[in-house]
Ligand binder design. Structure first.
Ligand SMILES: [Zn+2]
Ligand SMILES: [Zn+2]
Length: 277
């Protein structure tokens, strides 16, 4: 079993799992290392009054600053309670909301690993909530990849998370086909940036157990990343409950191998630790 580098606990608003239950599952699977990466959404980092805006729905939590502190403490404490290598990580959503803050969080001495993710566009809800019969998917994707490109120019992360995230909903759930060729130049530019900075991307295997049935990104883009010289690749199930820990990781490793990778990695103190495939 390879390390699962993307999982959530009850510190994330969309998970009810205790850290101990998640770790137990990782131990059961004999994982060499395991990352906890709870959500920190930078567009709602401070308490509500700071933004002078109302929550848009009941999942629209503010004050991720408090969750940050809770997560750092929880993960630090857990490191001493397990034999597996516990990676203190975070899934940093919307770093584009405040790149200065993102860079300073990245410097937190307790932190091992940062996944940068884009779950929502400015002035829009999370892609999860959008109605794709009403939305212009092409326009959304264009804006999504433009912002991802902007994120890739910064240094506040170790890997870019699930880079084709909107397809989970646009193609997977709403059944609308998307031709990624329209965005290939922007995606290649993203890859060029992360490779030049010594950063990487993740292969997010959650899609294997969802309607999309493929990882994020799928083989075509993974191969492009590899062929452009991309080496740093982490595998992540995006589990929000114990039974999903390690989900699709072996399948993802096989895909990485087929795309030409000979190693994958996990991160400690922002340094890649290599594992042969
Ligand atoms: Zn995510
Ligand atoms: Zn996640």
């Amino acid at each position: 079993m390879y390390p699962d580098c993307h999982t959530h606990t009850e510190i994330s608003p969309d998970s009810a799992a205790s850290l101990s239950a998640m770790i137990r599952q990782a131990e059961k699977l004999a994982m060499p290392a395991y990352a906890v990466t709870d959500h920190i959404e930078l567009c709602r980092y401070y308490p509500q009054g700071y933004y002078q805006s109302e929550p848009r729905n009941e999942e629209d939590f503010f004050d991720y600053a408090a969750r940050w502190e809770k997560s750092m403490q929880q993960n630090q404490l857990a490191k001493g309670l397990t034999d597996l290598i516990l990676i203190n990580g975070i899934e940093l959503g919307e770093p584009n909301a405040d790149f200065g803050l993102a860079e300073s969080l990245y410097q937190d001495q307790r932190l091992d690993f940062v996944i940068a993710s884009l779950h929502e566009l400015p002035e829009k809800l999370d892609f999860y909530f959008l109605d794709y019969q009403q939305e212009n998917s092409k326009q959304l994707l264009k804006e999504y990849f433009q912002i991802l490109l902007e994120i890739s120019c910064h240094s506040c992360f170790d890997v870019l998370g699930h880079i084709t995230y909107p397809l989970r909903y646009i193609t997977g759930d709403a059944g609308i086909p998307v031709d990624l060729a329209d965005y290939r130049d922007m995606i290649a530019e993203c890859f060029r940036n992360v490779i030049a900075k010594g950063k990487g991307i993740e292969l997010n295997t959650s899609g294997y157990r969802q309607k999309y049935q493929k990882p994020f990104p799928d083989a075509d883009l993974l191969k492009l990343y590899h062929d452009m010289g991309g080496k740093i690749l982490t595998l992540g199930s995006d589990a929000h409950k114990p039974e999903d820990v390690g989900g699709g990781i072996m399948q993802g490793a096989e895909l990485a191998k087929a795309c030409g990778f000979t190693e994958i990695c996990y991160f400690l103190r922002h340094q890649p630790q290599w594992i042969k495939l």
